[in-house]
Write a protein of this length. Structure first.
Length: 601
């Protein structure tokens, strides 16, 4: 008889295994009280209107108020969001998010005069203001704002844009509700005869099954569900792309991509170099896929064969606590302070919401705010070694947050997403190195090398394919070409053939993947995964090879928060992403790993 393995309700999970949100607010009632306080602060914005050019003192007062407002607002937003992820179908917390979003839209509308009013201060006058010591704490942020002069609209136009804030973010929310709450994928019987509920979280675990029939069944059933909702998904993605194009045109950017890259001061050449360099090395990817097909002894290689281990090893069983120990051992090159802080957070201070429960948001993330804990949401699986790597990844994000919050004032504590992906994948690199150093035989080493290959392929090659897809879709929209179910599937299918090669079998429904990736509904984010891992490979190798000097540079990078532009931060840490060399080196690392794997097999 088969066993049924369902997803537990949240109240069954031990409290010690859930995050401690009382560090944000003791209760929903405390949240409501703080919300009322924030609501009462909103009208204060109006007291600064028309006065920002009076003096540096008035400008400083406005900056201080805005800073105080944003700190409280962020706490309210983080709490409501984290509570909502515990069960995405919980209407109470969805209501809190809606309530918070409404207030923030009002605040954005009332404060929308600030950027254009600062922009309107004559250049000589604002230059004199910036020389005064009173504005020193906000100088970099003000200089960043002044970069936007060509893209800031009139006061009334900015107010109108701010008022549509809720609508602008609607497509991502619609996708999340459909993807995480409404879609039901049924059950799949795994290789042990257990009936496992197919979900966003269990899908990957089932694709790692050594039994091909299980992998194929999970893949087919998963994508058949998306096939039934393809029209809704395509319409949602189309609306998201059109919103991006509209926002960029309203603000006088040449393209949506340039608009997305502007805030980080990232030249489009960084994006283009990434795609071009990965294209150059695609033959290495094809060679690896051929090695995988041969190792699995398959006549054809399908997408559902790309996660199955090609080296047989015992069944994985890594309890959460053991994963923490291994991660901390791997991170010892970063010093005792870093390791001890992370260990306490993961085990004692309840940074982490550890396990999957019914209705919980899929995936994993790190999210916190100034003065509280750097929270981590996991759906930890003891039978999937990638869960340990995911925990190391999110721990990297949280230690970045912890380090920034400790070293920077609130206005500079927020690092950009661009550098965030460096800190997270850096930890994965050290973990991989640690496990490889301790591999006891050829088989174990081959398994770990294969995993690192898949990490580079998944994070650099796959995310570059996603980035190219986003670029294509936005260029189509900008040229007036319709984004329909057929055109979206066709474009994604073409990229699949380019990135996987002619020997790879493209299953009929695989092009629906272009509709189901959450990041596509918040465009021009995924390229940062690829550049991030490329930088992380370089920085981790420097720490391992150079020791203290490279470690100190890296720890200063973590502490720098948002006090510099990201490319400048990385240059000081030792990596220049305006040059193709970091991506080139990472892809050469991939080739070296494929060479060794081929020899070991």
């Amino acid at each position: 008889m088969s066993k049924t393995k369902g997803i537990p309700a949240r109240d069954i999970i031990a409290e010690a295994h859930k995050w401690n949100l009382s560090k944000l607010f003791k209760s929903d009632t405390a949240w409501e009280k703080a919300y009322k306080k924030l609501e009462g602060m909103v009208p204060t914005f109006a007291t600064f209107q028309g006065r920002l050019g009076e003096s540096a003192t008035v400008l400083r007062e406005c900056c201080d108020f805005e800073n105080t407002f944003e700190q409280l607002a962020e706490k309210l937003g983080v709490y409501a969001f984290l509570k909502s992820t515990e069960n995405v179908a919980n209407s109470h917390y969805q209501g809190m998010i809606a309530q918070y979003t409404f207030l923030m839209t009002q605040a954005a509308a009332l404060s929308s005069f600030i950027p254009p009013e600062i922009q309107a201060i004559p250049k000589k006058k604002i230059a004199q203001f910036l020389k005064e010591d009173i504005l020193e704490p906000y100088r970099f942020n003000l200089e960043k704002l002044l970069r936007y002069r060509p893209h800031i609209l009139s006061e009334n136009e900015e107010r109108l844009l701010a008022m549509q804030g809720e609508v602008a973010g609607a497509t991502s929310k619609i996708f999340d509700q459909l993807n995480d709450a409404d879609l039901a994928f049924g059950f799949v019987t795994n290789e042990d005869g257990e009936k496992v509920e197919l979900s966003q979280s269990s899908f990957r675990s089932l694709l790692e099954s050594p039994k091909r029939a299980v992998r194929k069944k999970a893949f087919t059933q998963f994508y058949d569900t998306y096939e039934q909702h393809k029209n809704t998904l395509s319409a949602t993605l189309n609306a998201s792309v059109l919103q991006d194009v509209y926002q960029s045109r309203v603000r006088n950017y040449l393209t949506a991509r340039e608009a997305a890259l502007f805030s980080d001061k990232v030249p489009v050449a960084v994006y283009d170099n990434l795609i071009e360099t990965v294209h150059k090395h695609l033959p290495t990817v094809y060679r690896y896929l051929d090695v995988r097909q041969k190792a699995l002894r398959l006549k054809e290689l399908h997408a559902y064969d790309t996660y199955a281990p090609i080296v047989k090893r015992g069944k994985t069983h890594i309890p959460y606590e053991d994963a923490v120990t291994t991660i901390c051992d791997a991170l010892h090159p970063l010093g005792k302070s870093y390791v001890n802080t992370l260990k306490k957070g993961l085990l004692e201070q309840r940074w982490v919401d550890r396990y999957e429960n019914k209705g919980k948001r899929s995936g994993a993330f790190s999210y916190g705010c100034y003065g509280t804990l750097p929270y981590i949401m996991m759906n930890y699986k003891e039978d999937v070694i990638d869960s340990m790597f995911t925990l190391a990844h999110e721990g990297g994000h949280s230690m970045h947050t912890h380090s920034s919050n400790k070293a920077q004032p609130p206005q500079y504590s927020h690092y950009t997403i661009f550098v965030a992906e460096v800190a997270s994948t850096f930890n994965e690199q050290l973990l991989s190195h640690h496990l490889l150093d301790r591999a006891t035989d050829k088989k174990e080493r081959a398994w770990l090398i294969n995993r690192e290959i898949d990490e580079i392929r998944g994070t650099i090659v796959r995310q570059t394919m996603f980035a190219e897809y986003e670029q294509i879709l936005h260029e189509m929209a900008e040229e007036g070409q319709p984004l329909t179910v057929d055109s979206l599937r066709e474009e994604y299918g073409d990229l699949l053939r380019k990135y996987f090669g002619e020997n790879f079998v493209i299953d009929e429904n695989l092009n629906l993947e272009g509709l189901r990736i959450p990041h596509f509904y918040s465009a021009f984010y995924v390229y940062k995964y690829a550049t991030g891992l490329s930088a992380a490979i370089a920085l981790s190798q420097a720490v391992l090879n150079e020791g203290k000097p490279a470690r100190d540079r890296y720890l200063r990078f973590l502490q720098s928060g948002g006090s510099q532009f990201p490319l400048d931060q990385l240059r000081e840490a030792g990596v220049d992403l305006e040059q193709p060399q970091p991506v080139e080196s990472a892809m050469n690392r991939l080739a070296t790993l494929v060479d060794e794997l081929e020899t070991l097999l």
